[in-house]
Design a binder for this molecule. Structure first.
Ligand code: ZN
Length: 231
């Protein structure tokens, strides 16, 4: 999946090229023959305008002092033009824009997940539970992080890297298909991992949390007793 940084780079690429086109820059060439630039003696012939690779169509050339630096292309999904390395284009490494690549990846994930858990409602609900758990355990900006991530509560790597593995496992836990139950941890001081997940009624869940709160209060009381004890 393209990272946020590569999406930003892609946006910048589109903006920069549009600025050059709007300014009528001579480095943007639409007709090689008319440009007078040498087209022969290239190891790999340049694709012509209109040449396609996957969803991309060549619409021009970006030239520098040493000839063609990049191809200008447009993806089927958008009128925006951007530049790609012509070797990547030739080798079919560039066959679609970032957005299309991202969509294809999410579609692929969707089918991977649907295969493991065909019921849409259950799958969506449980994936949302997992996402919420990942957020409160791994995103320090989350308001509940202090009760989770800050206490060392984590979501196991396997589930963070492969949510289909989570979906597969969760179906072995009794109550997984009852939407009235909450996904809870068996041991409150351990993370979200196989063996530590249960489905509980909201009351059971609160009781579990309260027990921990009581224990923590007791611990704090004992600590203060110890710290005041004469040495
Ligand atoms: Zn696209």
């Amino acid at each position: 999946m393209p990272s946020r940084r590569s999406a930003e780079r892609h946006e910048r690429n589109i903006r920069d090229l549009r600025a050059l086109v709007d300014a009528g820059s001579r480095s943007v060439v639409r007709d090689m023959a008319a440009s007078g630039l040498p087209t022969t003696r290239r190891k790999y012939p340049l694709p012509c305008i209109g040449h396609r690779s996957g969803k991309l169509t060549v619409t021009g050339y970006m030239v520098g002092a040493r000839g063609v630096r990049a191809l200008i292309v447009r993806c089927d999904c958008s009128p925006d033009e951007y530049t790609v390395d012509h070797h990547n284009f030739k080798d079919f490494k560039s066959t679609r824009c970032n957005l299309c690549a991202k969509q294809a990846a999410s579609k692929k994930r969707y089918w991977q997940y649907a295969e493991v858990m065909p019921n849409d409602a259950h799958r969506t609900r449980l994936l949302n539970r997992l996402s919420a758990a990942i957020t409160r355990c791994h995103n320090a900006g989350n308001s509940r992080y202090i009760h989770y991530g800050a206490r060392g509560i984590k979501v196991c790597d396997e589930w963070r890297n492969d949510r289909a593995a989570f979906l597969k496992y969760i179906q072995t836990v009794p109550g997984w298909d009852d939407p009235t139950l909450q996904m809870d941890r068996e041991n409150n001081n351990e993370g979200y991992a196989p063996g530590n997940i249960r489905f509980a009624t909201p009351t059971q869940n609160t009781r579990n949390r309260r027990k921990i709160a009581e224990l923590e209060a007791e611990l704090a009381r004992l600590r203060s007793v110890i710290s005041r004890a004469p040495t």
